[in-house]
Ligand binder design. Sequence first.
Ligand code: GLN
Length: 190
Amino acid sequence: MVGVLALQGDFAAHEAALVRAGANTRLVRNADELGDVGGLVIPGGESTTMLKLLHYGGMMDALRRFSETKPIFGTCAGAILLAEKVCNPSQESLGAMAISVERNAYGRQNESRICSLVPEEEFIRRTGAEKVEAVFIRAPVIRKVGQGGRVLVAYNGDPVLVEQGMHLAATFHPELTDDVSVQRLFLGKL
Ligand code: GLN
C-alpha cells in the first residue's frame, strides 16, 4: 500500500498515476494514516503551505521518523521537503535526502515548461524507458547532490530525478504525463 500525502497540492493526480502503475493507494492526511502505508508520495504544490499544514496537524515528527525506515518519493514541492538544505528563501525541510535545492529557480510561472529528456543509462536499464517527458511548474533546481545520491535524469546539466537509497526526488511532475516509469521505479522500493 502506497500513501499520497493529501494536505495540499496535486495529490489526486499522483493517486491516479499510481493506480495506473498498478499500486494500491490511500490518501494520508494525518500521522495515524501514515502508519498504514509502506511508502509515501509527497506531491507538488506549495512547500511553504505544506510545511504549515504538517505542523498544524502535528505530522512533522511522524514524517521524519517515517523517512528513516520507509521510502518517500517527493515531486517538486515534495522534493523541496525531502532536501537537507533549501534556499531562495531558506526554509525547514525533512533532511531525508542529501540534496540542496533552490526554490523557483527557473523563474516565474511563465518559465514553466515541458521537456523531452534522455535519462541516464541506469534509469533506462531499470525502467526500459528511453525518454522522459518532464513537466516543470515553478520548479526548484537541485544545486547539489551529496554522498549516496545518484542522478537518474538531468536537464541542462542539472539533476531533475535523484535517488538516494530508498528515497526518490523529482523536480518535475511525472504524475502529469501518461508514462508511469518513474512511479514503477518508486513502487519497486516498497
Ligand atoms: N514553487 C513551489 C514551491 O516552492 C513548488 C512548485 C511545484 O510543486 N510545482 O514549493
